[in-house]
Design a protein around this ligand. Structure first.
Ligand SMILES: C[S@@+](CC[C@H](N)C(=O)[O-])C[C@H]1O[C@@H](n2cnc3c(N)ncnc32)[C@H](O)[C@@H]1O
Length: 221
């Protein structure tokens, strides 16, 4: 996905009360057309592009654009999402891209995410927004899935001026990178906590947005 699509989708869904629940997302993924572009997110390419391939987990993976890109770089990737329809599309796209053998899928609600002993060299999440600032606490749980010496990359929208058309609930779900830092457990070093500007086209109009970007590394054992 790229944020052209993400911002467009946010705009369309501004008053959708199901935005934070799986049925609303299942409905979107049941439509005739792809919801996202299939292209990898720019901050993933910027940060993971220089990491040696290993195992990765993408939480809120949607139709799998980032999962497929990582698999194409040589990673063994698990895509996680609470929407079965998104995961089904992602698996189909991975098959079409010839990387099905390097991908797995996990249906899970990020609000109840429990690593359960699994660990990955990279845990990534792009444009997952949980209600009532829930991403701060989620960062702590996602971090439990990071292997020693591994990385956590979380990217989302900041509640900027051009998002004022959104409901208050959706704006409260957005975050600045710095907001997430207190969610990190001890033993993590913050490598990046930045608002990264990017120009996207929404409804034919170019707008400047910020990608709230947190990259942290867990200390090696
Ligand atoms: C804006 S989309 C981003 C998709 C993907 N990361 C990308 O960049 O193309 C958000 C995704 O998060 C998923 N999602 C939203 N809330 C979730 C939750 N509580 N648990 C798991 N997945 C969730 C949605 O189903 C959707 O696929």
């Amino acid at each position: 996905m790229h944020t052209d699509d993400a911002t467009h989708a946010h705009h369309d869904d501004a008053e959708n009360p199901d935005y934070f629940e799986a049925p609303g997302w299942e409905e979107r993924y049941a439509g005739a057309h792809a919801v996202w572009s299939g292209r990898p997110n720019p901050q993933l390419v910027a940060e993971a592009g220089s990491l040696p391939p290993g195992t990765a987990l993408d939480i809120g993976c949607g139709e799998g654009g980032d999962v497929i890109w990582l698999a194409q770089q040589g990673w063994e990737v698990t895509g996680a999402d609470f929407a079965a329809g998104g995961l089904a599309r992602a698996a189909q796209h991975a098959e079409q891209a010839g990387v099905a053998d390097r991908t797995q899928w996990w249906q899970v609600d990020a609000r109840e995410f429990d690593a359960g002993g699994r660990c990955y060299d990279l845990v990534t999440s792009h444009f997952l927004h949980l209600p009532d600032g829930g991403m701060v606490e989620a960062v702590g749980r996602f971090a439990q899935a990071v292997a020693p010496g591994g990385h956590l990359l979380v990217v989302g929208h900041s509640p900027e001026a051009h998002f004022t058309e959104l409901s208050e609930a959706k704006r409260r779900a957005m975050f600045l990178a710095a907001d997430l830092v207190p969610g990190l457990p001890t033993g993590f070093e913050v490598l990046v906590a930045q608002q990264r500007p990017r120009t996207v086209v929404r409804d034919g109009v170019s707008i400047d947005i910020d990608d709230s970007t947190l990259l942290a590394r867990r200390a090696p054992e």
